[in-house]
Design a binder for this molecule. Structure first.
Ligand SMILES: Nc1ncnc2c1ncn2[C@@H]1O[C@H](COP(=O)(O)OP(=O)(O)OP(=O)(O)O)[C@@H](O)[C@H]1O
Ligand SMILES: [Mg+2]
Length: 409
């Protein structure tokens, strides 16, 4: 029989497009998260958030995990695995249920019934449900944010936010981990993980949007009334900004990436107009000048497009009024003036995110590119708390993984 974990450690693993990050943390009884190990490797086998070269990805993952294990001085057996990619989609579903009891008081069974009705939506062939997040109940059409148990009514409805993805790309990293004798304790959509790490409870309650600007993907998640109510992923990120620069400035990708980091900005300021910079100490280049105005204009256009797609998506889902601020994270949020641009497009106050309520080196917690991995630790700590409380979690781990991905072993 599977036992409760003897210790209280959780490990987060993000297999990103540009980097693989593993973080080990100790979670105490009051759910305080203390980082004890960190490992990072440059990622070579991932494109747009999905593993495309397993052999290469295997080495990168092993390197990041080993480094974290060495620093924490403990072995890792299970990880909370971040997942992303264009195959991941989300929807909101409503389920309803007629209250049968003669007194019309809503019971726990009514809540169970309405939940299972709402969960009965059709997934496409080959899809797997990653998250089902309860939004709000409706009693006779009236929205109720607390538990409806004990309330009187004749009709109970519940709205769920569901995140689903295709099994094949989800299984790829899980199978790779198995080869290195690691189990994926749970799969977590990166957008949700990032929201968990950078939003304060007050922001979640008031309504906030998190945008994680990665290398190959951009995830977003909107929270309202304390829960994630909308989320998504675009297969566009910092790599596309660099590709645009590579084409526009007619230089190789690696040089475009260098120029982006050195001279980049999300806006074209007055001072950048007509600016051409001479590059010193650059050997082997035929052209040692860079047109800063063109560089920033190219970057600005692509980044503007990313924010505009997200704004249109919020509008399409009638979410605009629910979101009152924006938090940016992911490596792309280090772009100078990114908040100015995002604020202009999204018409909301924007800030850069850092890990909230986490303990450890500020070089990890305060870096926006680690937001996903830090959020995975938070997800893990909630899971740990649930496992401690719930007898239902005494299902053998291998069975939980099987049901998670329906993998037959
Ligand atoms: N100072 C900077 N200015 C502009 N872009 C930056 C800066 N620093 C990092 N980036 C960009 O951030 C991206 C990497 O972000 P991040 O580390 O969050 O990606 P990832 O998690 O590996 O990828 P993904 O989440 O898409 O799989 C790269 O495109 C990189 O060029
Ligand atoms: Mg990422």
């Amino acid at each position: 029989m599977w036992m409760f974990k003897q210790d209280s450690f959780v490990t987060a693993l993000e297999i990103g497009t540009s980097k693989v990050v593993a973080i080990i943390a100790e979670v105490n009884e009051s759910e305080a998260i203390n980082i004890v190990g960190f490992g990072e490797a440059k990622s070579h086998g991932v494109l747009k958030g999905e593993i495309i070269d397993s052999k290469v990805a295997y080495e990168d993952i092993r390197k990041a995990i080993r480094e974290a294990e060495d620093r924490a001085d403990r072995e890792v057996h299970q990880v909370y695995l971040g997942v992303t990619g264009q195959h991941i989609t989300s929807n909101n579903y409503t389920g309803s249920h007629a209250i049968a009891s003669s007194d019309r008081f809503i019971s726990e069974e009514d809540v169970d019934d309405v939940m299972s009705n709402a969960r009965r939506f059709n997934l496409n062939h080959g899809q797997h449900m990653i998250h089902v997040i309860r939004q709000q109940f409706k009693v006779d059409g009236r929205t109720v944010h607390q538990s409806p148990i004990g309330m009187a009514g004749s009709d109970l409805a519940v709205v769920l936010h569901a995140v689903q993805g295709y099994k094949e790309p989800l299984q790829r990293p899980v199978q790779l981990l198995r080869k290195m004798k690691l189990e994926a304790e749970n799969l977590v959509f990166n957008g949700l993980a990032s929201a968990l790490s950078v939003l304060s409870p007050a922001q979640k309650a008031e309504g906030a949007l998190v945008i994680d600007l990665g290398a190959g993907t951009t995830e977003y998640a909107a929270c309202s009334k304390g829960v994630v109510c909308h989320s998504g992923v675009l297969a566009v990120g910092g790599d596309h900004v660099t590709e645009d620069l590579s084409i526009g400035l007619e230089c190789p990708f690696t040089r475009a990436e260098d120029l982006k980091i050195k001279f980049g900005s999300a806006v074209v300021s007055e001072s950048a107009r007509g600016q051409v910079r001479e590059l010193v100490n650059e050997v082997g280049l035929t052209d040692r000048r860079v047109n800063v105005e063109s560089l920033r204009r190219i970057m600005s256009e692509r980044l503007k497009e990313i924010f505009a797609i997200i704004a249109a998506e919020l509008d399409r889902c009638d979410m605009t009024d629910m979101v009152h601020s924006v938090v940016l994270c992911g490596g792309g949020s280090s772009t100078p003036e990114i908040c100015t641009l995002a604020s202009k497009v999204l018409e909301l106050p924007v800030q850069i995110g850092a890990g909230v309520n986490l303990h450890g080196p500020s070089s990890i917690i305060e870096r926006p590119e680690y937001a996903t991995a830090l959020g995975l630790l938070k997800f893990g700590s909630f899971d740990l708390a649930r496992q401690r409380e719930s007898a239902a979690s005494r299902i053998p781990l291998k069975d939980r993984i099987k049901s998670l991905l329906r993998i037959e072993s």
